[in-house]
Design a protein around this ligand. Structure first.
Ligand code: NAP
Length: 314
């Protein structure tokens, strides 16, 4: 099989960096990786990890998904503009009560997580269609399936990605293109650290006392524990992603964390949509605050102790 050109966005840290390195170090040398980042001043970690693969199976390029010209310049610099696999990974989080977030902050999340993907595809999709070959891989999230408390805008950005891709996947079939959404649960990366630090610094004065208390003393208090108990490493997510890229018939959706699967399965089990919301609520300390103790202090279920909730269809 000919070596495939792979362009990955957001390779300064986390999943993007781990994936770029894993693919560049492929023993069979099946990939030429164009590892991109918006700020080349952050390339040291990637360069160091790439070692002797730098300049051979891995090249570092500048690409800001919020800047159309930077995407064009990057794609034009690749021989014949040929990208066989696009991994849209760049993204950012945002947590907290919406009363305390500005519309501009929310727009930045949508601009990066959703329009970033759209800008990439406007530049790369026409070439893939002409060649009738290509695999578009998007690092989405389980929050593209089911929202979580205080992640309203982030979840919305990933829902937008999922809806967009569901629609595009139908057209892609006509051009023999493949589309895959990778849906990790919590992953221990810079993302987690940045989001937590921003949450801790957040000015909560615009929120009522009860909401501010829920965010500080319930959500943030349990945040680290969720990542410790359920979190995967960036390398694990990269491993899942490579398997999907190498699959003969890659699936449209792939969840990387089996601990999380019961929660997303509930979403599909109840057409009314009440079941997962009810279960998330009853397994969270919000419910404990009201009296009955169902679960000992985690915003996500342990999946070993589902509370006795009546399904919405009863
Ligand atoms: N960590 C999690 O719990 C988790 C769970 C599910 C899904 N995800 C998704 O996984 C993806 C990667 O996140 P991660 O966990 O690896 O976090 P990360 O370590 O913070 O990496 C995010 C990357 O995106 C880059 N980025 C942000 N804005 C960009 C822009 N405008 N143009 C180009 N690059 C930009 C960052 O660059 P800078 O260094 O310049 O900021 C960084 O390289 C994201 O799409 C995220 O939504 C993460």
């Amino acid at each position: 099989m000919a070596r495939r050109n792979v362009l990955i966005t957001g390779c300064s840290s986390g999943i993007g960096l781990a994936l770029a390195i894993k693919m560049a170090k492929d023993e069979q040398e099946r990939f030429k990786v164009y590892a991109t980042m918006r700020n080349l001043a952050k390339k040291d970690a990637l360069e160091e990890a790439a070692g002797h693969n730098l300049g051979k199976t891995l090249e570092i390029k500048q690409l800001d998904v919020c800047d159309e010209q930077s995407i064009k310049t990057c794609v034009n610099s690749i021989p014949d503009r040929r990208i066989d696999v696009l991994v849209s990974n760049a993204g950012m989080g945002l947590i907290g009560p919406i009363e305390c977030q500005t519309i501009d902050e929310m727009k930045t999340v949508m601009d990066t997580n959703f329009f970033g993907l759209v800008r990439l595809l406007k530049e790369i999709l026409p070439d893939m269609k002409k060649r009738k070959s290509g695999h578009i891989v998007i690092i989405s999230s389980v929050m593209g399936i089911q929202g979580i408390l205080f992640n309203d805008v982030y979840a919305a950005s990933k829902f937008a990605v999922e809806g967009f891709c569901e629609s595009l996947a139908i057209q892609a079939l006509k051009f023999k293109l493949q589309l895959s959404l990778i849906e990790p649960g919590p992953v221990v990366t810079e993302f987690e650290r940045k989001v937590f630090e921003d949450g801790m610094k957040m000015d909560l004065s615009a929120a009522d006392e009860e909401t501010a208390d829920m965010f500080t003393n319930i959500y943030l208090k349990n945040y680290k524990q969720i990542f410790q108990s359920l979190g995967q490493s960036a390398e694990e997510v990269a491993e899942h992603t490579v398997k999907i890229i190498l699959a003969e018939n890659p699936p449209f959706r792939h969840q990387t964390n089996t601990l999380y699967t019961p929660m997303t399965t509930l979403k599909y089990a109840d057409p009314n949509g009440d079941l997962p919301i009810d279960i998330f609520y009853k397994m969270s300390p919000l419910f404990i605050h009201q009296g009955p103790v169902l679960h000992q202090g985690c915003l996500l279920p342990s999946f070993t102790s589902f509370p006795d909730v009546s399904p919405a269809w009863d």
